[in-house]
Design a protein around this ligand. Structure first.
Ligand code: TIU
Length: 223
């Protein structure tokens, strides 16, 4: 059933129509989250991303229960890497680059174990999984077509990492006219300063890119 919710948020409460709101779960992939994976090989503390899993699980369950569209994304590339620009391929640690063998298969390559979503947040049958070659979820994907087809205007944004794929997606969504509500404890960064500033940028200046809320506020509104 379609309902209207008011969710406490920065810079002001946000009113959501459940019929035109989707939960977007960005890149909760093993390559980014698991010990020994790509993220850790770049010198990152994956524990910071793992903190996102419990609140995001609760949000995922509540949004499914409320009948919201749930869309998952995965960052990654075709096995021949033809969709990975040389500028992206060349970056990162020389010993572990996109396409190289990693602990969980070839790094960020579609079909590999590490490219897929962590077990705790596995998509349900029928939930769209958008494979994206870039940081943003709109670039070179059918996400916008899917949102248009279902009448979605507002995105509850979750996933990793706050300053990279979450921010790029929020910026892309803004330019396409979508309202974005970022759930602060359901997005994660390897770097606490990036997390703090990344969230501050969203709600600054009266809501430059949208709202920042959290899992407790959303769950309270959905209860
Ligand atoms: N999903 C995503 O954010 N991709 C990245 O490469 N993030 C980093 O923080 N490196």
């Amino acid at each position: 059933m379609r309902t209207t919710l008011t969710v406490p948020a920065d810079p002001a409460p946000v009113v959501l129509d459940t019929g035109s709101t989707a939960l977007l779960v960005i890149d909760m992939q093993r390559d980014f989250l698991l010990p020994g994976g790509f993220g850790e090989s770049l010198g990152n503390d994956v524990g910071r991303l793992q903190q996102v899993v419990p609140p995001l699980r609760r949000v995922l369950a509540a949004c499914r229960e409320a009948g919201l569209l749930v869309v998952h994304t995965r960052e990654g590339h075709l096995p021949d890497l033809s969709d990975c620009p040389p500028a992206k391929l060349g970056r990162g640690a020389p010993s572990s680059r996109i396409g190289d063998p990693g602990r969980y298969g070839r790094i960020l390559v579609r079909g590999e174990y590490g490219h897929d979503i962590v077990d705790e947040l596995a998509p349900l049958p029928g939930e769209p999984v958008v494979d994206k070659p870039g940081k943003g979820a709109f670039y070179a994907t059918d996400l916008e077509d899917r949102l248009r087809a279902t009448g979605v205007r507002t995105l509850l944004v979750t996933g990793v990492t706050t300053e990279v794929c979450v921010h790029t997606t929020v910026r892309e969504a803004n330019d396409r006219g979508y309202e974005c509500v970022v759930l602060g404890d359901c997005v994660g960064s390897y770097d606490p300063e990036f997390q703090r500033v990344g969230l501050a940028m969203v709600s600054a200046q009266g809501g430059l890119f949208g709202w920042v809320s959290d899992s407790a506020a959303l769950l309270g509104a959905l209860a």
